[in-house]
Design a protein around this ligand. Structure first.
Ligand code: NOJ
Length: 798
């Protein structure tokens, strides 16, 4: 199989094992306890930060550098004859005798062999303390004694990563790196934090409030804090002078480019093994020595390292334990049981921020992204989601509008006016309520960004009513400077153009909110929302039906977007899928719209976001039209969009087509040639290039994309069809007709449901009979049960 050229999943699916280092791109993983985070590539590359990758960066990422995962967390081994290499292949890429990288749940282990020395490094972040641990095991596989010099190295950024990037020659004047002989550790900080206007506006004249520590369990012989000294002139980390010389220059710095490098020595007898540890972490600057020392002491003890590593594994075992599925499709099982859940955890915590494709500098936490990302952890950690929801609500304004994004450490963000952003709040709230049944949450309060506070229900209603207050005379939402599609940014800046997709999304939210409000006795408001739904749905059907599909929008200049009248961008998938999801499409139009989308947007790798791609920049549409045709929002196979197409096909009962799209877009689809696809085969990428570009099939922007969580919920909630409702777990599968059935075990409000679905008549949808613990029930919503109770459910389709 093509995928196996570079690697495979472990038998239990919990690791992706990369078997050769020369992958088409860095294939990465995340190590994080949600406060301290590192991105780790399969060659040891990657950067680390605390809480926010822009404002509190620990190590550097060198943008636009080649190889593009430099620098990283490196250990160099040097022998007496001067030969040296690195334990993670890079940055001294020797022709290794063995290489393997295991990206697991919260850890990465890289194993290499060179000159009969086997080296294994495991990188992970313990749950309780804010540091990364490198646990190294060396094994001398030869019959000779080996005298080894070992150099551990990181390049430090220290503080504000954007300032470091754009103003490094000046910013370096505030770096402090010094070796502490008593603690046997390097300590580093920056005596200035932030000149960039947005960050820490409250107190710009200050030192970074963190100290970094770097140490090892081996006796330290020499060190460097100066990167220039460690690397040397006209060199790179591939041939550092310090390593070549065999001893470091003992540099502490009070200005200059910062690094942390430690040199130790070790003798290994024939076939002898040895373990050692390297620690990189951070503590608050105030009293940093007293704070760091106990952490260092704790984790230089291998037993504590082992037990923290076991904690990480235990955490992930528990996190992934529900739901677990068994379908006839092994790739789907891998994604639903493990990797899509893992990816959704990462997007929930790293947002669209801390990755190679986003750089960690600009985005902070995107409001709309965060609200969608919550659908992942909701399956395992609803309490965490509740807390995050309150945080997100606190960035809403009293009029119901919201910040578009915010930075966790500063609480600052941008208010862009995107027309969809506020509406994601109600969606997230209702998802939470359906999973938990915790209606008391509606009475919790959260502050508003501009002062005062309101309960959750008020936040929800204000988001909706703010959007309703921004309709055009046609009773359709103004497009504004963009909607979900950020690159349709000039369609409606003047407040005239309308977004059909926001209209559909708003209808969906109105219908869902009306259901909720009726349930909690707010009938009048519910009626108001239903009336608005009808008015907008009518406007959509009267004005936006193009003959074979729905248009995407109208422009400030009176033109249309996504219509047969256009020569480029004639049809957009979102306008069709959400017409179905929101229920606004008249019955004959719903199928016709999705059929048109299938016909005009379908490719063998999944559906395009729009077609044909724009080939001429159109200032009345915006960025999408300036992007190369076939990539990104200009006509790529955009997985987030594909996920909504799948959902819509499920709503229509088209299990075969839903699954066709699902299979096409899975990253582990064996049909992808990894040399063409390029990105990690274990997580979704934001997009795959469509046939409109010569690199058709090439993926990009892996990991940090909302498609991970939507594909997870599509698979569980709509294809397998086991989804939460206020009243209980609903069973409503929409599967390919050739499936005989599937099994799913899901925790729901404390009870465990073991569900087997049988499909003897090979239908795509339709529940014929459900038995719970041997007794037939009416309807397809499973009864609620008590904490810890196990319910055995059989469902026959037909
Ligand atoms: C990625 C962004 O993070 C997301 O918020 C946006 O909706 C999509 N791109 C589409 O533009």
């Amino acid at each position: 199989m093509a995928l196996e050229k570079y690697g495979r999943f472990s038998d239990d699916g919990r690791e992706f094992i990369i078997t050769r280092p020369d992958t088409p791109a860095p294939w990465v993983n995340y190590i994080s306890n949600t406060r301290y985070t590192g991105i780790v590539s399969h060659t040891g590359g990657g950067f680390s930060y605390w809480m926010d990758p822009r404002d509190s960066r620990i190590t550097r990422f060198r943008y636009n550098s080649l190889p593009w995962d430099r620098p990283g967390r490196y250990i160099y081994v040097r022998e007496l004859d001067g030969e040296y290499w690195s334990l993670s292949w890079q940055p001294v890429p020797k022709d290794l005798d063995f290489y393997e990288c295991r990206h697991g749940m919260g850890y990465t282990t890289i194993t290499t062999e060179y000159r009969n020395l086997r080296g294994e490094i495991t990188y992970f972040v313990p749950p309780d303390d804010d540091l990364e641990i490198w646990r190294i095991r060396l094994q001398n596989k030869s019959y000779e004694e080996r005298r080894l010099s070992l150099f551990s190295f990181v390049e430090l950024c220290l503080g504000h990563a954007l300032v470091d990037l754009i103003n490094q020659p000046n910013d370096q004047h505030f770096n402090i790196v010094k070796y502490d002989r008593e603690h046997k550790a390097i300590y580093a900080t920056k005596n200035y934090w932030v000149t960039y206007k947005e960050a820490t506006v409250k107190q710009p004249n200050q030192a970074w409030n963190k100290y970094v520590f770097f140490t090892t369990s081996l006796p330290i012989i020499s060190h460097d804090g100066s990167k220039d000294a460690f690397i040397g002139k006209w060199r790179s980390e591939s041939n550092p002078e310090g390593v070549e010389r065999g001893v470091l220059a003992e540099t502490d710095i009070t200005a200059g480019d910062a690094c942390a490098a430690l040199h130790s020595e070790m003798t290994l007898g024939p076939h002898e093994e040895a373990d050692f540890i390297v620690l990189l972490g951070c503590v608050d600057a105030e009293g940093y020595r007293d704070k760091a020392h106990p952490i260092i002491q704790k984790y230089l003890d291998l037993r504590n390292v082992e037990s923290s590593f076991a904690d990480v594994k235990r955490y992930w075992d528990s996190y992934l334990s529900s739901p677990q599925v068994e379908t006839p499709d092994q790739n789907m099982n891998l994604m639903l049981n493990t990797w899509a859940k893992r990816q959704a955890w990462v997007t929930f915590n790293m947002n669209r921020n801390a990755g190679y494709y986003h750089g960690g500098l600009l985005f902070g936490v995107g409001m709309r992204d965060q609200c969608q990302d919550m659908m992942g952890p909701l399956l395992a950690e609803p309490d965490t989601v509740a807390d995050r929801l309150l945080e997100v609500l606190s960035h809403q304004f009293t009029d119901g509008s919201t910040l578009h994004n915010y930075f966790k450490l500063t609480g600052q963000g941008e208010k862009t006016g995107h027309s969809d952003t506020p509406l994601w709040l109600p969606l997230a709230i209702m998802n939470y309520l359906k999973e938990t049944g915790d209606f008391a949450f509606l009475d919790k309060t959260a502050p508003y960004q501009d002062g005062g506070e309101g309960d959750v229900r008020q936040h929800l209603e204000r988001a909706i009513e703010y959007t309703l207050s921004n309709l055009t005379p046609n009773h359709l939402p103004k497009f504004g400077p963009g909607d979900w599609n950020d690159t349709l940014d000039y369609v409606g800046r003047k407040g005239i153009g309308e977004s059909m997709w926001v209209a559909e999304f708003l209808c969906f939210i109105l219908r869902e909110s009306a259901d909720l409000l009726e349930r909690i006795g707010a009938a009048e408001k519910a009626t108001y929302y239903r009336r608005e739904y009808d008015l907008i749905a009518r406007a959509l059907n009267e004005r936006c039906w193009d003959g074979e599909w729905y248009i995407r929008g109208t422009r400030d200049d009176g033109g249309v977007v996504g219509s047969s009248k256009n020569t480029e961008g004639r049809i957009f998938m979102n306008a069709q899928s959400w017409a179905v999801i929101s229920g606004i499409a008249l019955p004959d139009r719903a199928s016709q719209a999705m059929d048109s989308a299938y016909r005009l947007l379908g490719t063998e790798r999944g559906p395009q976001i729009l077609a044909p791609a724009y080939r001429h920049p159109d200032p009345g549409v915006g960025l999408a039209t300036r992007c190369v045709p076939g990539k990104k929002e200009n006509g790529a196979i955009f997985n987030h969009v594909a996920a909504w197409a799948i959902l819509a096909e499920c709503v229509l009962g088209n299990g075969n087509r839903a699954y066709e799209y699902y299979r096409q877009t899975m990253p582990n689809n064996q049909a992808h040639d990894p040399d063409v696809y390029k990105m990690e085969p274990y997580v979704y990428s934001e997009y795959v290039t469509s046939p409109e570009h010569e690199t058709f099939g090439q993926a990009s922007h892996s990991w940090l994309t909302g498609s991970g969580v939507w594909m997870l919920r599509d698979g569980l909630d709509y294809i397998l069809g086991v989804r939460p409702t206020y009243d209980g777990l609903m069973i409503d599968p929409c599967i390919p007709s050739d499936w005989d059935g599937f099994k799913i075990t899901r925790r729901f409000r404390g009870a465990i449901y073991e569900i087997e679905v049988k499909n003897p008549n090979h239908v795509q949808k339709g529940v014929k009979r459900i038995e719970v613990n041997g007794k037939e029930i009416t309807g397809n919503v499973l009864p609620l049960a008590t904490e810890g109770e196990l319910l055995r459910v059989t469902c026959i389709l037909g």
